[in-house]
Design a protein around this ligand. Structure first.
Ligand code: AHR
Length: 503
């Protein structure tokens, strides 16, 4: 089977915001406790952060991490996580039916982010709380000193403000499962007033308002219209979430799901434009896709804990999806979609980062390792910085539940002018046949393949475990070359590839 792509230097989508490769950490399951934080672990530092996890996170060069939730934030008192540890209360977390010891709070998270080389994206609680808690939290984090909350921060050991610029106005407020769920008008008003108060302190904040929890919500996309009519002038991004599943083990339909993602993005981009026009506004609002991932492998096993069968445990194993090779292809397709829509999607966070539907897994007291999906995320984060190209793709396709004629070749291209590189991320959705691909490189000078990484596997269900951490890993690809402005490469059946060209 043959396919052809044209890449022209001047035919671009947008400069990619580095935060497209962000991540998310919630007080949920073992993301924090025995994930990033485990005093007593053989690799723990003096603050209790696991060194083995830190190393895997640092390798990813994660630009931003959203915190502390998620559903958790909608009943969270941020003040519970400050001050001497021995005085911090244990609270019942109603979102995940667990007990929250509050050993980690904003100070510890900020320290961890600094050590991990990433920045903070904080969420305020607009479920059980509101404007007042939000403005106090902002003052606590960002004011240099001389006020009640900033002096308390200094007393608690942090004199310098953290100066957090990126804030989420609640989480999934359209969802009936959310503590303090609201309808679009109630939430829109509250978000607008909270944004006003936060901006009264600092106009330069970047604020993210809740959009839909997924594209199947009955209120989607009317929710976005109503919420944006209240908030358009005071926010910068609308938050969207989507989780991908293959319960029927239907690989064709599964790998076509990013076409649904694409329509979701397009619909909300249109809704943003509609409100912009209605308001006669000059301002742009973008999409923050601050929760995305595969999530379905662990749903059944979590039921008992979420129903309370185990009481109120501290940091039980929850949402511990073990990802397989098929999920590598899915994550590759999802990230390709974000790159192709980087004109409107400025922030995206893989949900989550450690243990909870995550690319990194740990054992309490034991190993930390890369799940299969670590790799497509890694390659995109490391090599996907630059300008996204608007590629012309001519590929045979197949019909699916989500779209007809889904091309077998899913591809994105990133040009980094400063480094003089061109990088392609490719997935072959065809499980039967290899695709011989030609990419015509137009407007670029020279070109030599300097790195070619490939992931293939005869078993779509192959996984990595603590005992077998190298089962699904990338290998050096072969046979990709550039001659006279033409890149030729063969994409084996069901494969993921990253090809880097030095110009
Ligand atoms: O990431 C897991 C959960 O998924 C988050 O807490 C919530 O925002 C979403 O429903």
């Amino acid at each position: 089977m043959k396919a052809r792509v044209t890449a022209h230097k001047d035919y671009t989508v947008a400069k990619i915001d580095d935060r497209l490769y962000g991540a998310f950490l919630e007080h949920l399951g073992r993301a924090i406790y025995s994930g990033i934080y485990e005093p007593g672990h053989p690799t723990a530092d003096e603050k209790g952060f696991r060194g083995d996890v830190m190393e895997l996170v640092r390798d990813l060069q994660v630009p931003v991490v959203r915190y502390p939730g998620g559903n958790f934030v909608s009943a969270y008192n941020w003040e519970d996580g400050i001050g001497p540890r021995e005085n911090r209360p244990v609270r019942l977390d109603l979102a995940w039916h667990t007990s929250e010891p509050n050993e980690v709070g904003i100070h510890e998270f900020a320290d961890w982010c600094r050590a991990a080389g990433t920045s903070m994206m904080l969420a305020v609680n607009l479920g059980s709380r509101g404007l007042d808690a939000a403005r106090n939290f902002l003052e606590y984090c960002n004011h240099p000193g001389g006020s009640y909350w900033s002096d308390l921060r200094a007393k608690n050991g942090q004199r310098e403000p953290w100066n957090v610029k990126l804030w989420c106005l609640g989480n999934e407020m359209d969802g009936p499962w959310q503590i303090g769920h609201k309808d679009a008008n109630e939430y829109g008003r509250l978000a607008a007033e909270t944004a006003k108060a936060m901006r009264a302190y600092d106009k330069s904040l970047e604020l993210v308002v809740c959009g839909s929890s997924n594209a199947n919500m009955p209120t989607y996309p009317e929710w976005e219209r109503v919420v944006l009519e209240h908030t358009y002038e005071t926010v910068d991004h609308v938050s969207l979430h989507m989780y991908f599943a293959n319960p029927e083990k239907d690989t064709g339909n599964y790998l076509a799901l990013n076409h649904k993602l694409d329509r979701y993005i397009e619909t909300i981009a249109s809704t943003i434009n509609y409100v912009k026009a209605k308001k006669r506004s000059k301002k742009d609002v973008y999409i923050s896709f601050d929760e995305w991932n595969v999530w379905y492998h662990s749903r059944k096993q979590d039921r008992a804990i979420l129903d309370g069968a185990n009481g109120w445990p501290v940091a039980p194993a929850l949402l511990e999806d073990i990802y397989n090779f098929e999920d590598v292809l899915q994550v590759g397709c999802i990230i390709n979609t974000f790159i192709r829509r980087s004109d409107v999607v400025k922030i995206a966070c893989i949900a989550q980062l450690v243990n909870v539907i995550a690319p990194i897994m740990t054992e309490k007291g034991g190993a930390a390792w890369r799940q299969t999906t670590y790799y497509p995320y890694y390659f995109a984060s490391i090599y996907g910085r630059g300008t996204a190209l608007n590629l012309l793709v001519e590929s045979p396709g197949y019909d699916s539940e989500h779209d007809d004629n889904v091309p077998y070749v899913d591809i994105s291209g990133v040009h980094n002018e400063e480094e003089g590189t061109l990088t392609f991320f490719l997935v072959n959705r065809n499980g039967e046949e290899a695709v011989d691909l030609e990419v015509r490189l137009q407007g670029f000078t020279g070109g030599m393949v300097t790195d070619h990484q490939m992931m293939t596997n005869s078993d779509l269900e192959a996984v990595n475990t603590a005992a077998n951490q190298q089962n699904v890993i990338p290998r050096r690809g072969s046979g990709a070359s550039v001659t006279d402005g033409l890149l030729t490469v063969s994409l084996p059946a069901y494969s993921y590839q990253m090809i880097r060209i030095k110009l």
